[in-house]
Design a protein around this ligand. Structure first.
Ligand code: HEC
Ligand code: HEC
Length: 296
């Protein structure tokens, strides 16, 4: 009997040791990715307008890109995830109040905004965490300039949010690319960029907007496994999925009300329809056209 316990102990001890070594390996690999310097990335300057029409456009871009989902309604920052396994994921205060950009850094320039939003790189030259710059890299210079002008126009809000802390589950998920932790990695830093995109009902304009859906519905828009453990399966939104069965007005109705033609209520915690709701008719129609015309 004693012998069995001894062997069980040895086996258990060995397993724990193997797991610890594996975790240490994963931890250092992910830390390496987070500490990589991106100083060689050329950040092209973008003209930041100041007229009121540009601020209105910038507000619209911020709304349809869901900046305030993470950075909070007044851009004062918030804790996005606080979980014993995942850690604390925090979107910073983007205003000039206490805890904001201009108090955390000695200066925060327009170029720093472009680097962060378009490239997912922080002032220290390292990748930002969780910030979905991959979805903003293709913004036209006009849209990006207006967006930055709008963010800069937000009133100062004092809000000192805690620092980001990462726990083992995040490291494991990030290691297997199951969690979009390392923002700068997914970005094509050398993409030429475009000056202006015309808002007109075309599949091309739909494609320009649909990049906001790829983070969850995948690059093929065919959906897949839940993104965070415990959240719902992500549906296929191509013509082989739901969108193929719906008319244009049913698609518009779904994104505006969060209820599908089949009567399914979309959970705004997982499918950000309150963000999609703010697309103009031209934008929603273009999205529909694009999704409907994707190759099967
Ligand atoms: C999914 C959540 C999420 C969304 C959506 C998001 N951000 Fe962020 N953003 C973050 C997080 C988290 C950080 C902090 C990353 C870090 O400190 O490593 C960040 C960092 C930033 C920074 C850099 C701040 C700094 O201290 O260096 C800027 C600027 C920024 N975001 C602007 C935006 C804008 C503009 C949008 C919309 C176009 C946006 N973000 C959308 C999560 C998000
Ligand atoms: C943060 C992740 C996320 C983003 C971003 C996102 N979706 Fe979704 N979407 C989901 C999830 C998850 C569901 C399923 C929700 C549920 O079951 O309650 C869903 C459901 C849907 C549905 C209903 C499909 C069906 O068969 O019922 C449509 C349509 C849809 N999304 C369109 C879009 C479009 C268009 C965009 C981009 C503008 C987008 N989604 C962006 C996660 C996302």
């Amino acid at each position: 009997m004693k012998k069995i316990f001894k062997w069980a102990g040895i086996i258990l001890g060995t397993l724990i040791a193997i797991l610890l070594v594996a975790y240490a390996f994963i931890y250092f690999r992910v830390e390496g990715r987070l500490n990589k310097q991106y100083n060689e990335v050329a950040v092209k300057p973008v003209k930041i307008p100041s007229d009121s029409a540009a601020i209105v456009l910038g507000e619209h871009i911020a709304n349809i890109k869901g900046c305030n989902d993470c950075h909070n309604v007044n851009y004062e920052g918030r804790i996005i995830i606080d979980d014993p396994g995942l850690g604390k994921l925090v979107a910073p205060n983007l205003t000039t109040g206490k805890g904001g950009l201009t108090t955390r850094y000695t200066s925060y320039t327009d170029q720093d905004f472009v680097r962060a939003i378009k490239h997912g790189i922080g002032k220290d030259g390292k990748s930002l965490k969780l910030m979905p710059s991959y979805e903003y890299n293709s913004l036209s210079n006009e849209d990006l300039g207006a967006l930055i002008a709008y963010i800069k126009s937000r009133p100062a809000v004092d809000n000192e949010v805690p620092a980001i802390t990462l726990k083992p589950v995040i490291y494991v998920l990030a290691n297997f690319d199951k969690f979009p932790l390392v923002s700068a990695e997914k970005v094509d830093h050398a993409a030429p960029g475009i000056d202006v995109v015309k808002p007109e009902v075309t599949p091309a304009y739909g494609k320009y907007l649909a990049i906001s859906c790829t983070g969850c519905h995948r690059d093929t828009f065919t959906g897949g496994e839940p993104l965070i453990p415990g959240s719902p399966q992500v549906p296929n939104i191509t013509r082989t999925g739901s969108v193929g069965k719906w008319t244009e007005s049913q698609f518009i109705e779904t994104l505006r009300t969060g209820v599908t033609p089949e009567g399914k209520k979309l959970d705004p915690q997982f499918m950000p329809w309150p963000m999609a709701k703010q697309f103009t008719d031209t934008e929603i129609k273009s999205l529909y056209l694009f999704l409907k015309n994707l190759p099967a």
